[in-house]
Design a binder for this molecule. Structure first.
Ligand SMILES: [Zn+2]
Length: 191
């Protein structure tokens, strides 16, 4: 199963819970989620995955040292085997992709004007809901987010790399081109 912080946030905001309202406030003020808020959101999902013995992918997390400490301690306490997958691409490729991305509000499935498109234009294949661009996905905001990423997240990626086996995947090409290479590396790491 896939655990994405962005999707968890949006789900919580949609539910309108006190936690959701708090997250909405933080997101709208472009502040970084504090460790306690993230813990309240992600811990039950992680606990459930572990309880059901499910393999899971934590997507786009951790991005701060607080969340790095929380996640690595959690994984160590549960004795979970971890592989770090570092998917990267040139900044210009990332900016172009994010700016042409559309998402289903219902199931968070994403499509891309230049890549995987829905069968019916503007509607999600899974739930038939209208697709829209995420707030903050315009190219100017994306450029700013990329800068923040390089400053904040790269040192964390390096720390994960020191701790766990790591697979680097150059995603500058489209999935069909790098999938085979990625699966090969995954098999090798597990040997
Ligand atoms: Zn959908």
């Amino acid at each position: 199963m896939q655990i994405g912080i962005g999707a968890l946030c949006r789900k919580e905001i949609d539910k309108g819970t006190p936690l959701g309202m708090k997250i909405k406030d933080i997101v709208e003020q472009a502040k970084i989620l504090d460790i306690e808020t993230v813990r309240q959101m992600i811990e039950p999902v992680l606990e459930e995955a572990v309880a059901h013995n499910r393999q899971f992918v934590v997507d786009g997390y951790p991005k701060t040292w607080n969340s790095f400490n929380f996640l690595t301690e959690f994984l160590a306490a549960k004795n979970i085997e971890v592989v770090c997958i570092n998917m990267f691409a040139d900044d210009d490729v990332c900016i172009e992709r994010i700016a042409s991305r559309f998402e289903c509000h219902q199931c968070a499935r994403t499509y891309n004007k230049n890549g995987i498109q829905p069968q019916v234009q503007g509607l999600c294949d899974t739930c038939n809901e209208p697709l829209s661009q995420r707030k903050g996905d315009d190219s100017e905001t994306v450029r700013f987010r990329m800068k923040q990423y390089h400053e904040n997240a790269e040192p964390i990626t390096n720390a994960l790399r020191e701790r766990y086996p790591c697979i680097d995947v150059d995603t500058s090409k489209w999935p069909v081109d790098y999938c085979e290479q990625f699966l090969d590396s995954l098999v090798r790491v597990h040997k």
